[in-house]
Every structure is written in structure tokens, then in C-alpha cells.
Design a protein around this ligand. Structure first.
Ligand code: UD1
Ligand code: CA
Length: 455
């Protein structure tokens, strides 16, 4: 392989006070490690490896769930970033260029990686460090230059002299190495420093002739070591996504409580209203109104859709649909064009045909519903018998009367009607009425007689 990427994700991150590895702490509901892996994927490395360590099963679970071919190497003891990279020696041996990235610095971008690799190659450097100038360098490794401005070393905060501590150019934690030079330097690292750790950053001095690629985008260095830092990253990322969407023609009346994931796509003339989270791989079309108070995750939404106070997960909503308020779409749901869904309706793993109306207080689970169906108030598909789940099939233009229970598996024919209050467990043929309730009995003068008897 020509280019290999090693992502460091073994540290415990004690200051984060988490029971999980720090790199799994989330920015805009995506683990920081996910941000870095996504960047690596967009860059297009030949191979990618993740170094696990503290609570490795959590990190491995995330990596496996995310998919793609990614190697993992386990660092048994968290003895520093240099020791972490050492675990991937066989991976390094197979590569020409190795890029090392910190799993807790989510904003590194593929453009910076490309430009820095270009510098690394043209300068024929053995190591190139990606740096940035920041106002408050506290906590970062400082970029040390000699009298002629040549980059010579990285000094960690704890090991800095008071003079060095004032340097505002810092190490982002992203580097390009020639694989051979890195392999040569790793065994020579020592832990004789203020932290007693094997610093990867010491490779700069050991290898020599290092280049520093100073990024114009200083956000790339931002990492989170504490919950406070994590909150700052979240707010930065949140505003960045909103800025991008504004450029793309999306409107906000106010961005209060609006949280949109970095991978979300939204078409022009769509308005996002307050207190709305749009997350995961959601794609929303043009001219929609999303919110207020909505949570849309991993959904595909068409054009001119209104989602008002809706919770929707892993579902598809086609054009000209109106949903809400107080509606939940659970995974596996498809809402076809022109459907209207009203308050206190839950739809799960179902296909709802065009122009169907489900106006109020209804549960539709594991169902295939045709077009133009009308559900009265309070309909329920009884899809679960306590052990198994079954499907309900409803033909187009059927009319499901108020308070109908449909005991699955069951089939309602096209244009059939169920009478209000019916519990249907038998197939209803097309064009027929299914009525399942006892006749009303009237007992006259009931109230008087009843009261007299009581006396
Ligand atoms: C590191 C750099 C510092 C840089 C900063 C940028 C070193 C010595 N210092 O400091 O110069 O400015 O990143 O964010 O590298 N990790 C392991 N195994 C370990 C220790 C850490 O896998 O034994 C992983 C962590 O999970 C983390 C990454 O390496 O993702 C960086 O480790 P961290 O301890 O956060 O380094 P910093 O102190 O931030
Ligand atoms: Ca860090």
C-alpha cells in the first residue's frame, strides 16, 4: 500500500470522566472517532488502522458497526502516543507513507491532509507535522523552531520552559511519516519526560529534517479532553453546519435548539424550526418545514413535506406529506406521496400508500397499506401476540372505522369498510363491510328503576 492511516484511539481520557473510551464521546451525536474515520474515508487511504486500548471492546464495537475495512491493533497499556503507534508496526511496514491522526481531534479535514502530503512529498521530508496558530495554546504540544525558523521539535505542555509555553503554534496531532523513518524512530523513543510516556512527538527530533504544514483552518487542532471541551466542539460544529446550510438556501427563523448532524443534506427553501435535531444520514428535500420540536434521524424526506413535532427514525417520507403534531415514525416506515398523519399516531415498519390519511390516535405496525385509505380515530393493528409479529394488509381506498382493532395476520380488501368499534381477525373481502359488535339494547326507564331498587 502507498498510504496508510493510523488513528490513535487507545487513551482512557481520564479528564472526560467517562466509563467509555474518550474517542467515543460525541460531537453532534457522532463519536469523535467517527469524525476522524469519515475524514480518513473521504481522503481515500489505501488502508486504515485504529489503535484500541482502554475499554477496547467499546471501540471495536463502534468500528465494526460502522463498517468498511479497518484494522485494529490493541495497545495493552496506555504508555503514550508513541507506544500506541508501535502496536501497528506490521501495518507500517506494509506502507510507504503513514498518516497518524488523533482520534480525539474531530475537525481534521481531508483538504488539509491532501495539502500536507503534497508538501511532505515535494520537500522530501521524512516527517511532516500539521500545525496551526491558536490564541490559547494551553495543553497542546508547542512547535519549536530554531533561530532560522526551521522546525526542530514538538515540546509537550508539561515539558515546556516558560518561554516555550508562550508559543502559539501547536501540534494538531496529525502527521505524515515516511514509513521507514517512523519504524526507525519508534524503538528509540524513551519515556524520560514529565508524563513518563512514550511521546510520538519525539519522533520529530529523532528523525530530523521535519516539515511543519501550518493549516489556515485552526479548528483542525481542536480536541476535547474534558466535557467542557466537548461542549465547545459541539457548539462549533453546530454553527458550522448551520452556516453551510444557510449558504445552500436553508432557512432558520431562529437556530435555538437546532442541532443538525454534519452529514445531513437539506434542500433549498426548507425551513428548520427551533428545537429540532436532524441527525445521521438524513436527506431532506426542498420546500419543507421541519420542526418545531422534532427529531429526525437517518431518514429520507422528499419535497414540500411538513414534519411538525415529529420523531422519525430510519424511515422514508415522500413528497407533499404532512405529519404531526406528536407523531412517531419508527424504523422501516415508508410514507408515500400526499399522506396526512395527525396527532398521537405511531407508525412502525409499515408502508403507507399515497394519499392515505391517519388523522388521530392510531398505531400502525408491520402493515402494508394501499393508497387513499382512511383511518378513523383510535385504530390499532394488533401485530404482536406476545411471541411473534404478524403483518396487516389493507387494500387501497379501504375505510377503517374509528376504534377498529385489526388482529394480524389479517387482510382488508380494497374499498372495504370496517365498522367503528370492530375487532377484525378474519379476512375482509373487497367492497364489503365488516361489522363486529353486539347490537345496542335499549332498556327503558333504566335509571329510575335502578335507583328505586337501590333504595
Ligand atoms: C497530543 C500530542 C500534542 C498535540 C495534541 C493535539 C503527544 C505526546 N502529544 O497530546 O502534541 O498538541 O495531541 O490534540 O502525542 N492515545 C493512545 N494511547 C496512549 C495515549 C493516547 O491511543 O497511550 C490516543 C488517545 O486516545 C488520543 C490520542 O492518542 O486519541 C492523543 O492522546 P492524548 O493523550 O489526548 O494526547 P494530548 O495530550 O492531547
Ligand atoms: Ca488530546
Amino acid at each position: 500500500m502507498t498510504t496508510g492511516c493510523i488513528i490513535l484511539a487507545g487513551g482512557a481520557g481520564k479528564r472526560m470522566k467517562s466509563e467509555r473510551p474518550k474517542v467515543l464521546c460525541e460531537v453532534l451525536k457522532k463519536p469523535m472517532l467517527g469524525w476522524v474515520m469519515d475524514t480518513a474515508e473521504r481522503f481515500g487511504f489505501d488502508e486504515t488502522a485504529v489503535i484500541t486500548g482502554y475499554k477496547k471492546e467499546c471501540t471495536e464495537e463502534f468500528v465494526n458497526k460502522r463498517g468498511g475495512i479497518v484494522y485494529t491493533y490493541f495497545q495493552p497499556e496506555q504508555k503514550g502516543t508513541g507506544d500506541a503507534v508501535k502496536q501497528a508496526a506490521e501495518f507500517i511496514e506494509a506502507a510507504e507513507y503513514i498518516c497518524v491522526l488523533n482520534g480525539d481531534a474531530p475537525f481534521v479535514d481531508e483538504e488539509t491532509l491532501k495539502k500536507s502530503l503534497k508538501l511532505h512529498k515535494s520537500a522530501k521530508a521524512a516527517v511532516t507535522v500539521i500545525t496551526a496558530e491558536i490564541a490559547d495554546p494551553t495543553g497542546y504540544g508547542r512547535i519549536i523552531r530554531d533561530g532560522s525558523g526551521r522546525f526542530t521539535a514538538i515540546r509537550e505542555q508539561k515539558d515546556c520552559s516558560p518561554e516555550e509555553a508562550k508559543i502559539c503554534e501547536v501540534n494538531s496531532g496529525a502527521y505524515w511519516f515516511n514509513a521507514k523513518a517512523l519504524l526507525g524512530a519508534l524503538p528509540r523513543l524513551t519515556d524520560s519526560n514529565a508524563s513518563g510516556e512514550f511521546y510520538l512527538t519525539d519522533c520529530v527530533e529523532l528523525i530530523g529534517g521535519a516539515q511543519a504544514y501550518k493549516s489556515e483552518n485552526s479548528d483542525i487542532v481542536l480536541g476535547a479532553n474534558t466535557r467542557r471541551g466537548l461542549l465547545e466542539l459541539n457548539e462549533k460544529a453546530r454553527l458550522r453546519v448551520i452556516e453551510r446550510l444557510l449558504d445552500e438556501g436553508v432557512s432558520f427563523i431562529s437556530t435555538d435548539g437546532v442541532i443538525i448532524g454534519a452529514d445531513v443534506k437539506i434542500g433549498c427553501d426548507t425551513t428548520v424550526l427551533p428545537n429540532t435535531m436532524i441527525l445521521g444520514k438524513t436527506v431532506i428535500g426542498k420546500g419543507c418545514e421541519i420542526g418545531a420540536n422534532s427529531h429526525i434521524e437517518d431518514c429520507t424526506v422528499g419535497n414540500n413535506v411538513i414534519l411538525n413535532n415529529v420523531q422519525a427514525y430510519s424511515s422514508t417520507v415522500e413528497d407533499n406529506v404532512k405529519i404531526g403534531p406528536f407523531t412517531q415514525l419508527r424504523p422501516g416506515t415508508v410514507i408515500r406521496k400526499g399522506v396526512k398523519i395527525g396527532d398521537f399516531v405511531e407508525v412502525k415498519n409499515s408502508d403507507i400508500g399515497e394519499n392515505t390519511s391517519i388523522a388521530h390516535l392510531t398505531y400502525i405496525g408491520d402493515s402494508d397499506v394501499g393508497r387513499g385509505v382512511n383511518f378513523g380515530c383510535g385504530c390499532v393493528t394488533a401485530n404482536y401476540d406476545g411471541v411473534n409479529k404478524f403483518r396487516t394488509e389493507i387494500g387501497s381506498y379501504a375505510f377503517i372505522g374509528c376504534n377498529t382493532n385489526l388482529i394480524a395476520p389479517v387482510k382488508i380488501g380494497e374499498n372495504a369498510t370496517t365498522a367503528a368499534g370492530s375487532t377484525i381477525s378474519k379476512e375482509v373481502p373487497p367492497n364489503s363491510l365488516a361489522l363486529e359488535r353486539s347490537q345496542t339494547r335499549i332498556i327503558e326507564n333504566w335509571e329510575k328503576n335502578f335507583k328505586r331498587k337501590k333504595k
